[in-house]
Ligand binder design. Structure first.
Ligand SMILES: Cc1cc2nc3c(=O)[nH]c(=O)nc-3n(C[C@H](O)[C@H](O)[C@H](O)COP(=O)(O)OP(=O)(O)OC[C@H]3O[C@@H](n4cnc5c(N)ncnc54)[C@H](O)[C@@H]3O)c2cc1C
Length: 402
């Protein structure tokens, strides 16, 4: 049995960033991290696009907007301090039709309101200079958007935290938490841990972890898989940085796009397909319990009622390489099916309310002895170090930390 003042559940980038912020601010506080996998960053964090978002899309004043801007600066400083490669390769969001222009204009206005450095409207000729193979009638250019390897960030955070005495428990899935006079008894198949407080950062299981501790909530996590293709090396010259479409305003995902990686590859994707399991990294991965839970959830039923056409199209695109490539050809017409090979996939934890609306902003549930991160979608990896500070601000008041 291990004891700690605070136990964090989940060693994705949010759990690690929270631990990092706690050890910075309260070095005397003893800390444990319990993770069901054998290492850090095994789920969303280790399977994402690796984009350092500049804060273009988010509603001004929201946590996503403010923490993205601060978090990106903090992430760059962290990478510089710890010699982790990142690159501000720039991004263009491209409109192909006149009816996309007002939406592109709104993205620009949001970017300006969010203080995104250097963001501006560019015409076709300017677009061609930045991305010679991109098609479009106009674009928004964000020169400070970048790329980084979030797995490498997490590996470094783990080393720093271990050096500061944080106890890691890998292969420890938290499945029960009991309240007693001695504090919280946190049960995993391997052991029982005792802690005064708990912070859950469980990603795809955020809602279940909160429920485990009796937190009342109106939301459920529904998994959406994002699949990637890679450009073959001889065709990578088609993309210099990041090329995105104008997103559908009523859908929470950005649309398939091109992303350069810090490992010298160019990824195409991710799409957004309803996954048949919370860890449904492929069509073959089905979890009947997860599936029944999602399909039986009134919020998902309402959402599916509204977006079934888009959902079906995403499924067709997932099953057909040609359809996937067709979506990409809107951005880069020279791309051919033979130019891409299947890559990996990540599963997004999308929080949906029982009203059928997607929870847009980062959100948390506070209890007397626990704080639950309930929604940490993109750009949470970019914003992670700022989210860690935000959580510690809340936890220090909630748990009277000194
Ligand atoms: C396809 C895709 C592309 C994305 N692209 C970007 C991007 O380019 N830029 C960006 O900023 N963001 C991006 N995101 C979003 C970003 O990756 C996530 O917001 C971020 O990684 C969330 O981190 P997390 O720690 O909350 O979740 P996770 O990384 O999923 O970590 C949660 C951890 O909790 C553990 N856990 C869960 N339940 C338990 C339990 N009961 N006991 C013990 N451990 C448990 C899990 O094993 C996991 O390790 C993307 C996400 C996806 C899926």
């Amino acid at each position: 049995m291990k004891t700690a003042d605070i136990t964090i559940v989940g060693a994705g980038i949010i759990g690690l960033a929270t631990a990092y912020a706690l050890t910075n601010r309260f070095p005397a506080c003893s800390l444990a991290i319990l993770e069901k996998e054998d290492n850090v960053a095994r789920h969303q964090t280790g399977n994402n696009s690796g984009v350092l978002h500049a804060g273009l899309y988010y509603k001004p004043g929201s946590l996503r907007a403010t923490l993205c801007g601060v978090g990106k600066r903090r992430m760059q400083e962290f990478c510089e301090e710890h010699h982790i490669v990142y690159e501000l390769c720039g991004k263009v969001i491209v409109a192909y039709t006149d009816d996309e222009l007002p939406r592109l204009r709104t993205i620009l206005e949001r970017g300006i309101a969010n203080g995104v450095p250097g963001v501006r409207w560019i015409n076709q000729a300017e677009l061609r200079e930045i991305e010679p193979y991109a098609a479009g009638i106009a674009a928004v250019h964000s020169p400070q958007t970048g790329i980084v390897d979030y797995k490498a960030v997490c590996v470094r955070l783990r080393q720093l935290l271990e050096a500061r005495g944080v106890q890691f428990g890998f292969l420890e899935r938290v499945d029960k938490v009991e309240r007693g006079s001695g504090g919280l008894a946190i049960h995993t198949p391997a052991a029982t841990h005792v802690s005064k407080h708990v912070i859950t950062c469980g990603g795809l299981y955020a809602d279940r972890l909160a429920r485990l501790m009796g937190a009342a909530q109106d939301v459920q996590i529904v998994p959406f898989r994002g699949e990637y293709y890679f450009l073959k090396p001889e065709r990578q010259h088609l993309v210099r940085g990041l090329i995105y479409p104008v997103p559908d305003p009523s859908f929470p995902f950005l649309g398939v796009h091109f992303t350069k990686t810090t490992h010298g590859k160019v990824e195409a994707g991710p799409n957004a397909v309803f996954a048949l399991a919370r860890e449904g990294y492929s069509w073959g991965k089905v979890n009947v319990g997860d599936l029944a839970e999602a399909l039986g959830f009134v919020g998902f039923q309402k959402l599916a009622g509204k977006f079934w056409r888009t959902g079906l199209m995403e499924i067709r695109r997932s099953l057909s390489k040609d359809l996937f490539v067709q979506a990409l050809q809107r951005l880069v017409p020279e791309l051919r099916s033979a130019d891409v090979e299947r890559g990996g996939a990540g599963v997004r934890a999308q929080s949906i309310a029982s009203t059928g609306t997607l929870v847009d902003d980062f959100s948390f549930i506070e209890m007397q002895d626990a704080l639950h991160v309930i929604n940490a979608p993109s750009p949470a990896a970019t914003a992670s170090l700022a989210i860690g500070d935000h959580i510690v601000d809340r936890a220090s008041a909630l748990f009277s930390l000194r």
